[in-house]
Write a protein that binds this ligand. Structure first.
Ligand code: GDP
Length: 444
């Protein structure tokens, strides 16, 4: 998802980061490119314009342009603005009411409403251990109620028995009563859709909301419909008190325009993203992580937070200088190992660095325990100064000597060498992203 936008912005940022000094004109030129990238991603024009204006104003400030890492600072400003555009905080479902908490699903036909109802039910049941009842109020489409019943069987979530001939509001009242009597925590009401927004549909939604007093009214929209999805959301939110939006088919959405403009246009948070047809393909929508993905930074923020806790500032400077020269020798690895011991093992860290998964796999197990780190330190300690600076020198004979000297085995020496290789490759990747100093710079 967001692939093309991510590529475009990546190009702009690489150019920004590649320069030591930035002028106001450089920033303005970059921001024009950002604007084009957003419009190509199908972001609503006023939203793209506001975004770029706001970022430009911040980015041409003196502190930014005069800072040591101006490119990095600009990227951070864009990243923050993107997070804000997507909605600043991740919003969970608010179901803290006297049970049953009603979740009402609204939206056009084919938007993925029924599927999403089942996905949410499954999630509430499995993750939050809620007792969930689902009811379909769709009496327009002949098979709608059966479809929900089938999904209920698949997810092992109870569905309200179907009674032929009842109107939507009657079904809603019956579902409320059943949920109360049978002690359900949550009642999910799947309403009827239409091909287009029309007044009859809106009136029906309002009548259902009146009898069921929902804790959440979620609008389900298909992200592939881009700005239409945003317009639909606008029409619904004018008439029905929506509490949030679920974007479906984000798995097939390379542009992301709906996701990017939804919050700004409707003021409603995106609560979930549908990412596939399977019933577990539902993700909580974390604006910050999505912004990170769009900017191709992995979960760098968490990584830097963790690193900043234990890496001394001078260490970081020194590492940055080495990285800039493309050097990462055994002495550096030794320093890193010592840091890992302080940080609680490589396992936690490796998952966060893009490209580090491999280094992790090179280790015997996913998590590095204290003993392995101690062994590695001993092996490096048994190397000559030359070997440490140039690990490529270490041939079979030298491996045997190192293993003996450190009380380890040749196999372990091999693992260490492999790890060094993987790590220097990962370091090269980080360097491309602006270096460790750059990463730290991102934290402001
Ligand atoms: P409704 O008319 O709004 O109730 O829509 P449905 O729930 O029946 O969904 C219509 C189609 O979209 C079905 O084939 C679903 O499997 C599919 N669908 C729903 N959500 C997603 C999603 O997030 N990703 C993908 N790829 N397909 C989805």
């Amino acid at each position: 998802m967001f692939d093309s936008l991510s590529d475009r912005l990546g190009g702009v940022f690489d150019r920004l980061r590649g320069r030591g000094a930035l002028t106001e004109a450089d920033v303005r030129a970059a921001m024009r490119e950002v604007r084009v990238a957003l419009l190509e991603a199908d972001v609503a024009l006023p939203v793209a314009r506001d975004f770029v204006d706001q970022v430009t104003e911040k980015a041409i400030g003196h502190n930014v342009l005069r800072s040591v890492t101006p490119g990095q600072q600009v990227v951070k400003i864009v990243s923050d603005a993107l997070t804000e555009m997507l909605g600043s905080d991740q919003s969970d479902l608010l179901l803290d009411v006297t049970p049953p908490a009603v979740v009402m699903m609204v939206g056009l036909q084919g938007s993925g409403k029924t599927t999403t109802a089942a996905k949410i039910a499954k999630r509430l049941k499995e993750k939050d251990r809620k007792k969930v009842l689902m009811a379909s109020l769709d009496v327009n489409r002949p098979a709608a109620q059966e479809q929900l019943a089938t999904l209920g069987t698949q997810t092992e979530v109870a569905t309200l028995p179907i009674v032929a001939g009842q109107r939507p509001v009657e079904i809603a009242s019956r579902a409320m009563q059943a949920a109360k009597l049978q002690g359900y925590d949550v009642l999910i009401l799947d309403t009827a859709g239409r091909l287009h927004v029309d007044q009859a549909l809106m009136d029906e939604m309002k009548a259902i909301a009146d009898v069921s007093n929902p804790a959440e009214i979620l609008l389900i929209v298909d992200s592939l419909t881009g700005q239409d999805a945003v317009n639909v959301a606008q029409s619904f939110s004018d008439q029905v008190p929506l509490t949030g939006v679920v974007l479906t088919r984000l798995d097939g959405d390379a542009r992301g325009g709906a996701a990017l403009s939804m919050r700004a246009v409707t003021g409603k948070p995106i609560k979930f993203a549908g990412t596939g047809e399977k019933l577990d393909a539902l993700e909580a929508f974390h604006p910050q992580r999505i912004a990170g993905r769009i900017l191709g930074m992995g979960d760098v923020v968490s990584l830097v937070e963790k690193a900043a806790e234990s890496i001394q500032a001078e260490d970081a400077e020194r590492m940055a200088a080495k990285l800039a020269k493309g050097q990462f020798d055994m002495n550096d690895l030794r320093g890193q190992l010592a840091q890992m011991r302080r940080m609680g093992g490589l396992g936690a860290l490796a998952g966060m660095i893009p490209g580090m998964k491999k280094a992790q796999a090179a280790m015997a197990s996913g998590a590095v325990d204290e003993k392995i780190l101690v062994h590695m330190d001993a092996m490096i300690g048994s190397m000559t100064v030359k070997e440490r600076a140039k690990p490529a020198l270490i041939n079979a004979k030298r491996k045997i000597r190192i293993a003996k000297g450190s009380g380890t085995t040749v196999q372990e020496v091999n693992k260490l060498l492999k790890m060094h290789l993987e790590m220097s490759n990962a370091m090269k990747k980080i360097r491309k992203m602006g270096g460790l100093k750059g990463l730290l710079g991102m934290m402001g």
